[in-house]
Design a protein around this ligand. Structure first.
Ligand SMILES: [Zn+2]
Length: 147
């Protein structure tokens, strides 16, 4: 008797197909989140510590929430270690300014809901879309010809 149950197929495929946002840890609060929710702080090859909103700069990076509390905690805690820049505390005031500047600018390519103060009602928008194709004067001509 062979007790070989057909269990071998379980592993393998399935997980590979779902594309997930890379997860990063906030050095401030330690929460793990999608890369886009966090702001990258980078130590460039030249040794400059600055914010990297694009996330594409060269250098050693660490991630922090776009949040002052997280930033403060990061600065007084793990940030410099994460950047392997323990001796670079002198750069922190500059970094703080850069961080404030980033906070002041809206995150790139993120649909912001409350940003549009346009009071245009829905039916007007709909009419505008179909507008150019039908002109009332033409319709009149047509109906006049029928009689
Ligand atoms: Zn955080």
């Amino acid at each position: 008797m062979t007790a070989c149950a057909g269990r071998g197929e379980e592993g393998g495929k399935g997980v590979a197909k779902t594309r997930r946002v890379p997860q990063r840890t906030c050095v401030g609060c330690g929460e793990v989140q999608g890369k886009r929710e966090l702001l990258r702080i980078v130590r460039t090859p030249e040794g400059v510590i600055t914010c990297d909103p694009t996330g594409k700069r060269n250098g050693r990076g660490a991630y922090v929430h776009r949040d002052r509390a997280c930033f403060d905690r990061a600065v007084s805690g793990r940030l410099l270690k994460a950047l392997r820049a323990d001796d670079q505390a002198a750069q922190l005031p500059t970094l703080r300014e850069a961080f404030s500047a980033v906070l002041a600018t809206p995150a790139p390519r993120r649909p912001q809901v409350h940003r549009a103060p346009v009071p245009l009602p829905d039916h007007l928008i709909a009419r505008n879309r179909h507008g150019p194709t039908r002109t009332p004067s033409r319709q009149r001509r047509g109906s006049a010809g029928v009689s």
